[in-house]
Structures are given as C-alpha cells and as structure tokens.
Design a binder for this molecule. Structure first.
Ligand code: C5P
Length: 311
C-alpha cells in the first residue's frame, strides 16, 4: 500500500489493494443455454492482497508490469481487459501504466485475477476522473468475468445469476481461516464441466444469517460447495489436503470456489495457528510444496484503506 518513491507531487496516481476471497457457500441451480451455471454463492474477502499502482498516461497507451513468473502482461491479463473495457464503456482516450504485485496464487479459487480486474476499475475510475458509482462499474465488471463485480464491494457478498448479480451482506465479526494452496491448480471451466446439478439445492439463507450474527460455529456447520466433489475427483490430492485440515478438528473445512485451495475455519487466531502447525507435517509428508496462509475475512468497515492517492 506504500506508493513507490519518486511519484510527482499532486499526482493522480493511485495505489489499490486487491483482496483475495473464499467462498463460504456455493450451490448450482441450473445449466444455462450459454454454457454458464445459474448459482448462489457467498464470497468473503480476506486479508491476502495483490497490489496495483496505477498512473495516468497522456499518450493513450496501456502498459502492465508484473514481475511474477507465469503472469501474462498483455491483453489476456484481466487487468488489461478491465482497463480496455472501462475505456470503451466511457469513451476514455487517456492511457495508464499499471504495476501489479502478485501475492494471491492463481488457479486457486481465491479470485486473484477477478479482484485485480475490479481494483483496476475502481482505481482507474479515480485516475481518469470518471467518478462513476459502483452501479455503473458493475456491468463493465460482469463482462470481464463472473465474479469480478463482487470485488467492487467492501466485505462479503451474496452473488446470484452466473455470479454477477451482487448484494453486499453484513458480517458481525471476521473469521479466522487457514488456507492451503496445493502445488497444482484447477481449471474453473473443467471443474464446472464435471459438476452435477443437485435434485434439491441446498439453501444458503441460514449461513447468511449466521455470518451476520457473527456465529462462527453455525457458519462452520452450514458451509457448502457443490464444486467440491468434481474438484476432488479431478485432483484426489486436494481431497487429501481437505482430510489433513479436517483431522485438526476445525469448525469446518471446504474447497474454495473451483479450487484448488482448501481452507479451514478456526475458532480464533490461536486456533488457526494450531491447525496450521498440526496440519503442516501431514502435508509435507504427503503433498509437498503446499503453501499455507493464516488469514482473516474482511468486514466492510476494514476496507476504507483499500485505495490511497499517489504522494
Ligand atoms: O466467468 P468466468 O470467466 O470466471 O468463468 C470461467 C468458466 O467457468 C466459464 O467459462 C464456465 O465454464 C464456468 N462457469 C460456469 N458458471 C458460472 C461461472 C463460471 O459454468 N456461473
């Protein structure tokens, strides 16, 4: 969040933090003619962030720099797509230089690319002096990816449609989580292709209520992810990671989104550290090269520091 040294005084540049998410609930309702699934999902942002530093350019060019290996820096990056989509939507002729620092693993079910795209929209909305409300940015976000619009909001969201219809929901307290990223990713499209629609969808209202009330025990009892069985069938080692977390008696363990990350809900931060410590030797023995993150979910009022002006 600290701007790089050397930015000119009075710069319109912005530094923005792009949080990762976990899905506490994901249910499929129907397969649509366009190939997407109609769903209900509860997204909870967490305190694991990518960072974007964005400066306007008068020459109309876009430039994206990212030092992380394997991350494209051209038009296939969702950050680039977001900048182009915003320019097209509002007739912008200015360009931008964007520096992306990646910390969120990709193909992980943590929404890193989608969050980067949403943060790009929020920051460029200020950098290009557009000052549009979120309702006008949301349709632009939805064209970039199904869960991009959710990341325009602070705090947890309840998402329907193919994920792009977003409602902010309340959370009384943050949840302490342990996230394990196995040394492989999962393709979202492939996991959805292997998913089966339920005869009777699991309702998510009770989970929403539990989250609003800050009842972590009830949240743990009510978590659900319809994509977990197909993801575990495609990558049995993800199932093993799940078993290693569940063996530590957390409140709950669950695949996030379409994976490959699996997370445990802990009772508090010391419990999260306990779960991580006890699961680690099991993981090292059976699924080496996993990464572990001890994190907390964000509640709306913690988000006020997400964007800062360039100094
Ligand atoms: O929208 P996004 O690009 O994130 O989706 C990636 C893929 O995940 C889609 O191409 C589709 O195969 C699958 N998907 C789906 N139903 C959704 C969201 C995504 O089938 N609601």
């Amino acid at each position: 969040m600290i701007p790089r040294a050397g930015w000119p005084a009075g710069s319109r540049g912005r530094v923005i933090a792009a949080p990762a998410k976990v899905n506490l609930f994901l249910e499929l309702l129907a397969k649509r003619p366009d190939g997407y699934h109609e769903l209900q999902t509860l997204l909870a942002p967490i305190d694991l962030y990518d960072t974007l530093e964005i400066q306007p350019r008068d020459d109309g060019e876009l430039a994206l720099i990212c030092e992380a290996p394997g991350i494209p820096t051209g038009p296939e990056n969702l950050v680039w797509k977001a900048a182009e989509a915003l320019r097209a939507a509002f007739g912008v002729t200015e360009g931008a230089s964007i520096h992306l620092t990646k910390r969120i693993p990709h193909d992980a079910g943590l929404g890193g690319g989608s969050s980067d795209a949403a943060s790009t929209l929020l920051a460029l909305n200020a950098v290009w002096n557009l000052n549009r409300p979120i309702e006008e940015l949301a349709p632009v976000a939805a064209k970039i990816g199904s869960d991009v619009a959710a990341f325009l909001h602070a705090g947890p969201t309840w998402c329907t449609g193919r994920g792009e219809i977003v409602e902010s929901i309340s959370a009384a307290k943050p949840l302490d989580l342990v996230i394990v990223k196995p040394p492989f990713g999962l393709s979202t499209a492939e996991v959805y292709r292997n998913a089966r629609l339920p005869e009777t969808p699991t309702p998510g209202e009770a989970l929403r209520t539990a989250l609003s009330a800050g009842d972590a025990v009830a949240v743990g009892r009510l978590t659900h992810n319809r994509l977990q069985p197909p993801a575990f069938a495609l990558q049995p080692l993800a199932n093993w990671v799940y078993d290693a977390l569940l063996a530590q008696s957390p409140l709950s363990a669950l695949l996030s989104g379409s994976g490959s990350c699996v997370f445990a809900i802990a009772r508090d931060r010391p419990d999260a550290l306990r779960i991580a410590r006890l699961a680690e030797p099991m993981l090292v023995a059976r699924v080496p090269h996993c990464r572990m993150f001890v994190v907390r979910t964000l509640v709306p009022n913690t988000d006020s520091l997400r964007m800062s002006a360039g100094l």
